[in-house]
Design a protein around this ligand. Structure first.
Ligand code: NAP
Length: 175
């Protein structure tokens, strides 16, 4: 069965996933009310995250991903993971990464981190985007999206609104 790759991400209304210094305090502007993260995580076999996201998660203390396997992409050695974390270092072409994960029987990955999401999108390897817009403009920061060699058509699946002001849109890619 083909591997499904999903993105589940929070952004400012002006499209940033973090401030330039990597902090994302602004995501609380929607009151942090539940918006499907736990339910989404329950459907995921593994995460594929960029080194920058990994380092931010490490700095939280504790470990955010429970017993889900987390594949951290980097061309450098990784900082050590907490004892309870299941972390594996990978590097390379997104297509090769997806092929390796597929060969290991993984069916649904959660791709996270701005640069990582952009590389997978450019390679045509993301099938689903769930983007939660938080009611704030921050002016500058780390963008969710970047340059593309060509347009990527999206199909709108649903938009959900939450009382605290979060607006979540779900799309499938390229259909
Ligand atoms: N708002 C949200 O929901 C949300 C979600 C996730 C992250 N964030 C925030 O976003 C920021 C991180 O995003 P980011 O855009 O800076 O980067 P990122 O995608 O987390 O990390 C980028 C790094 O990952 C490595 N990488 C990516 N693809 C690779 C590949 N195919 N092969 C080898 N290495 C690869 C490279 O590391 P090397 O330089 O080591 O090679 C690259 O510099 C953090 O501040 C985080 O807190 C926010």
């Amino acid at each position: 069965m083909a591997l499904l790759a999903s993105v589940f991400v929070g952004t400012s209304v002006d499209g940033f996933i973090a401030r330039l210094d990597g902090t994302f305090d602004f995501l609380d502007a929607g009151g942090s009310e539940p918006h499907g993260y736990e339910e989404f995580m329950a459907t995921v076999d593994a995460l594929v995250i960029g080194r920058n996201t990994y380092e931010v998660v490490l700095a939280f203390g504790g470990w955010a991903y429970g017993n889900k396997p987390v594949f951290v992409l980097s061309t450098h050695p990784l900082a050590p993971a907490p004892a309870e974390a299941i972390v594996e270092h990978m590097s390379g072409d997104p297509a090769d990464i997806v092929a390796q994960l597929t060969a290991r029987g993984i069916q649904h990955i959660y791709v996270d981190g701005g640069i990582t999401i952009q590389r997978f999108l450019r390679a045509g390897l993301i099938q689903r985007l769930i983007i939660t817009r938080v009611p704030v403009l921050i002016g500058s920061g780390i963008p969710l999206f970047g340059a593309l060699p060509h347009d990527i058509l999206l199909k709108h699946v649903a938009t959900r609104q939450y009382t605290g002001g979060l607006v979540q849109s779900e799309y499938t890619v390229g259909v």
